[in-house]
Design a protein around this ligand. Structure first.
Ligand SMILES: *Cc1c(COP(=O)(O)O)cnc(C)c1O
Length: 343
């Protein structure tokens, strides 16, 4: 794969902004290079543009080299940057699934890039043949999401590999929910597939949606492209510090994940007993997609009770379905009690 051929020409030619903190990176006694205020330590200093300390922690955690990691302001940032780096407005296109995470479409729309949707099968599976057939010579990116949002299932591994191996552009595999899934991440496969980019996030299993930290893992060449076009100081000091702190509490995160998976399995059984529930779809994530009679009526009833779930009824293949996040056992109990009172 020739990355330069895939890149937009202006990006290939771009001379990136060179920040003070990149030009000189060593230790010093006095920093008078960035027009910072000498008062209000440590917030007066610009953050490390390449987040080296944080990446060291992530590198150890994920068993992957520093130069294969990009950190963004949520996963939203690498999603947007990849589109802007590789897709020419009005010329190139992207292929993604239907239904899937809404942000790929929004980011494509903002960049004025066509996004072609391939329907999942009735059982929410990836049809690799259909997906590849949807591509043409101007397709630069394919977005896959596994476990998928809002369906909750993991996509078939062989089908994902089929797409990666037979597509000449880049395949972005969004693994936002991988910590809740029994299947393995594609991270160890990166070396095998130079056109693969894996996205993960601190927003779900790590319980840090508020600090906005997303990760992209790929070849050093792809990571270099993202670093070249990002805002120089895209991850602020507070986020970097907090993430370093929380990575050290990894054992606690593992406990949360175990608890949430147990709650998910319990909720799947209990929810399927309600007479208005038609089907609880199997989930490898921290939410359940539940098909009901009159999802809208039930959604409105829950709002009245102060309980907010996501109505996905208008989404392709998700007719009359609510997406319910797995909360704490108390929160889940509150939902079950509300359902009990509904019947
Ligand atoms: C929640 C979610 C994310 C997380 O996005 P952040 O910007 O990192 O908070 C990414 N992808 C999918 C599919 C999601 O559902």
């Amino acid at each position: 794969m020739e990355l330069n051929k895939l890149l937009r020409k202006n990006i290939a030619l771009l001379k990136p902004y060179s920040s003070a903190r990149e030009e000189y990176t060593g230790e010093a006694m006095v920093f008078l290079d960035a027009n910072e205020n000498p008062f209000n330590e440590p917030y007066n200093r610009y953050p490390d543009p390449l987040q080296k300390k944080l990446k060291k922690g992530i590198s150890k955690l994920k068993n992957i080299d520093n130069n294969k990691i990009f950190l963004g302001n949520g996963s939203d940032e690498p999603i947007d940057l990849l589109i802007r780096a590789f897709c020419e407005l009005g010329v190139d296109n992207i292929v993604s699934l239907n239904p899937t995470y809404g942000m790929y479409q929004v980011a494509a729309d903002i960049s004025g890039v066509e996004l072609r949707k391939v329907s999942l099968t009735e059982s929410f599976e990836l049809d690799s043949k259909l997906t590849l057939e949807k591509t043409d010579e101007n397709t630069k990116l394919i977005f896959l999401c596994s476990p998928n949002n809002p369906t909750g299932n993991s996509l078939n591994r062989e089908a994902i590999i089929e797409v990666i191996q037979n597509f000449k552009g880049l395949v972005i595999l969004d693994e936002a929910y991988i910590d809740f899934a029994p299947g393995k991440s594609f991270l160890p496969e990166l070396a095998k597939y130079p056109n693969l980019i894996v996205l993960q996030t601190f927003s779900k299993a790590w319980g840090m949606a508020g600090i906005r930290l997303g990760m992209a893992f790929a070849s050093p060449e792809i990571i270099a492209v993202l670093n070249k076009i990002k805002y120089p100081y895209n991850i602020n000091i507070l986020t970097q510090q907090k993430a370093i702190e929380l990575i050290e509490k990894k054992d606690e995160v593992e406990k949360w994940v175990k608890l949430l998976i147990a709650e998910r399995e319990k909720m799947a059984v209990l929810l399927s007993d309600f007479p208005f529930v038609i089907q609880v779809f199997p989930s490898d994530a921290n939410f359940l997609l539940v098909k009901m009679h009159d999802a809208k009526g039930i959604y409105n009833y829950l709002v009245e009770q102060g309980i907010i779930v996501r109505n996905r009824s208008k989404v392709h293949l998700c007719d009359n379905s609510l997406r319910i996040t797995i909360g704490s056992s108390e929160e889940n109990e509150t939902l079950l009690n509300a359902f009990n009172e509904f019947i």
